[in-house]
Design a protein around this ligand. Structure first.
Ligand code: M6R
Length: 618
């Protein structure tokens, strides 16, 4: 949540700052701002309520000669979205500016203390205390040294932060710090860069420095020395070997490429994403998951698996549980990270924890990984983002290689994460001796057909578009399914509500009679996931039940299913697929359905209100 960028170099800072912010806008978009340090030794702040596009417009009206600056796109935590609460924030003198991603939990105490010392505050944010703390430190203990002032300030903070700081006295230097919120750095011939996420570096560099929690960095530029980036531990000792990595995404991967929105593009990219993930995964010895680096004995000893995730990734966990339990015969507990972190867990040295997270930066999921590590479990991350915090926290990582997912609504990462879960389940099944190599190979071959099946579903988007009238006048909707279908229903409901703002409740179809059926009256839309699986007949009965009460039924069914066709108002048809892979194929319809309903309701597809793609606060 919230994205920050910083630059100092030989070029004007504003173009990178604005472009960088635009790529990070998925992290939050209720206000945006920039602070530019002019060569004349002053700071110009431009900020506004609304999106980066609005900030860009404002910036066109001013001319500042500045080769150093910081910028921010906000997802409000403390203080409503407004011009006053937009970052950057400054101290009383206006000589320094701060941008922040994270939460300062003890800001009330610090604010009271600083107010007593004579500081006056202009916003209701937690972030502003950092600017005043820095001012206080610069005047007293730090004797004008920003690095020391920052160290001292950080030692007073509790919570999480990725910070960017500029000071009028230093027009070619910016300071950054990280604890609990992501921050990456890069240097090129042109300058030194900082950003919340590598996507801001697309087209600039592939070589990235990952800051560690607790570290502070000073980025500077001079004609003589070029761009420099010095990293320090919180006690001021210099870091000689920072963590670096190379990105292999090309810049075009993060552009819309002719599609009307990123969600449309990412839905269409699913077959390719799955193919990429499956490439070279089957060897004569079985599934190749070199990433795991875990011995057969260790696998045999696994006593239980915890899968922890949030949102869409949690739904992947539900799917993973069923296939791991049924193929590898290992008990699996699936938990939502925000709940899991405050529950007791039963961990032994043989417990495996799997965290699933597209961004690799979800605060609750990361906290779960730390909790499981502390309890002695091994942690495996399934993530999309190379070098993300999840990847670094975990003992092993399976990258789903879906490419940058920009739209807030997760689509291609969902299907790719499911496929990663299949690979893992097959791997564990074979290693535990619960599935013969022959069957592993057969299942893998079936899995290889999934991209083709998704391609077929993609040609049927018209069926989803045709079903949108069922939702236009509705105030609510229900998504039902059984078994795997219940998971697909849950994901479909989440997609619909997050981008169309239409309430959607998912329920196991058989459980519906115990309450939600009361919702149904004439014209109430009910999406029923009813593929050709072992519970199809039971689900058909549920369709009859809701139909009898006036529901409009939108059924996700298998090609040729006459019975479901007869009793439904709208059909979303999928080609026949093995039961355990049908959720990977079927969900694509529900992604398209959500998008068409959102379009019909005039919603912003890629940036739904109140949401952010990376939820980096608890
Ligand atoms: O990056 P993560 O997978 O950890 O994100 C978890 C959720 O915030 C995310 O899946 C969210 O539910 C999506 N917006 C759903 O489309």
């Amino acid at each position: 949540m919230c994205g920050i960028v910083g630059y100092t170099g030989k070029n004007q800072a504003l173009p990178f700052l604005l472009n960088g912010l635009a790529t990070l806008e998925y992290r939050g978009y209720d206000s945006a701002g920039v602070a530019l340090v002019s060569g004349a030794g002053s700071i110009e702040q431009i900020k506004c309520l609304g999106r980066v596009a609005a900030l860009k417009k404002l910036c066109e009206e001013i001319t500042v000669d500045a080769t150093c600056g910081i910028a921010h796109t906000r997802w409000a935590t403390h203080g409503e979205p407004s011009n006053f609460n937009a970052h950057p924030h400054s101290d009383c003198s206006g000589q320094l500016s701060v941008v922040h991603n994270g939460i300062i939990e003890n800001y009330q105490e610090l604010k009271q203390e600083l107010e007593k010392a004579g500081h006056s505050f202009k916003s209701s944010t937690d972030t502003e205390v950092i600017a005043h703390l820095l001012e206080e430190n610069l005047q007293h203990e730090a004797h004008g040294d920003m690095l020391v002032a920052l160290q001292l300030a950080i030692s007073r903070l509790t919570g999480s932060w990725a910070l960017g700081v500029v000071e009028a006295r230093e027009p070619h230097t910016l300071y950054v710090a990280r604890s609990g919120s992501p921050l990456v750095l890069a240097t090129t011939e042109d300058g030194a860069y900082a950003a919340s996420d590598i996507t801001a570096f697309a087209g600039i560099t592939n070589h990235v420095v990952n800051m560690e929690d607790g570290q502070i960095a000073r980025l500077s530029y001079s004609k003589d020395s070029g761009a420099t980036c010095k990293i320090f531990e919180s006690d001021g000792t210099s870091v000689s070997n920072p963590d670096t990595f190379d990105i292999d995404w090309d810049a075009s991967a993060a552009t819309m490429g002719g599609y009307p929105d990123f969600m449309a593009k990412e839905i269409a990219e699913q077959p390719e994403a799955v193919r990429r993930l499956l490439k070279n995964r089957l060897t004569p010895d079985g599934i190749r998951l070199d990433e795991l680096d875990i011995s057969t004995d260790e696998i045999a000893a696994i006593d239980r698996i915890y899968i922890v995730a949030c949102g869409t990734s949690y739904h992947v966990g539900l799917y993973a549980r069923t296939i791991i339990e049924s193929w590898a015969r290992i008990p699996v507990i699936v938990a939502q990270a925000s709940e899991f972190n405050y529950e007791e867990v039963l961990v032994t040295q043989h417990t495996l924890c799997i965290i699933i997270t597209q961004s690799g930066e979800t605060a609750d999921t990361l906290a779960s990984a730390r909790k499981m590590h502390a309890a002695g479990a091994k942690v495996l991350a399934i993530t999309n983002v190379v070098g993300s915090s999840a990847a670094r926290e975990a003992d092993a990582v399976v990258y789903v290689q879906a490419g940058p997912e920009v739209s807030v609504a997760s689509t291609k990462a969902y299907t790719a994460q499911m496929v990663a879960a299949v690979l893992l389940a097959l791997f564990l099944a074979e290693k535990t001796g619960n599935m013969r190599l022959k069957e592993v190979c057969t299942k893998f071959q079936e899995l290889e057909r999934v991209p083709q099946l998704i391609e077929e579903v993609l040609t049927r988007g018209w069926q989803d578009e045709a079903a949108t009238p069922a939702f236009i006048e509705a105030n609510s909707s229900l998504f039902l399914g059984r078994g795997f279908g219940a998971t697909t229903a849950a994901e479909g409901a989440l997609k619909l509500k997050e981008i169309s703002y239409l309430h959607a409740e998912s329920y196991p179809a058989g459980e519906m009679k115990h309450g939600p059926i009361a919702l149904i009256d004439q014209g109430f839309p009910v999406v029923v996931v009813c593929p050709d699986d072992h519970v199809r007949y039971k689900t058909i009965s549920n369709i009859e039940e809701v139909k009898a009460r006036g529901a409009v039924v939108i059924a996700l069914a298998t090609d040729g299913d006459q019975k479901v066709a007869q009793i439904s108002d709208y059909l979303l048809l999928v080609p026949a697929a093995p039961e355990y892979f049908s959720p990977i194929v079927g969900v694509v319809h529900l992604q398209m359905l959500a998008r068409f309903v959102a379009l019909a309701r005039g919603c912003d597809i890629d940036k739904p209100r109140n949401l952010a793609k990376s939820v980096t606060v608890e």
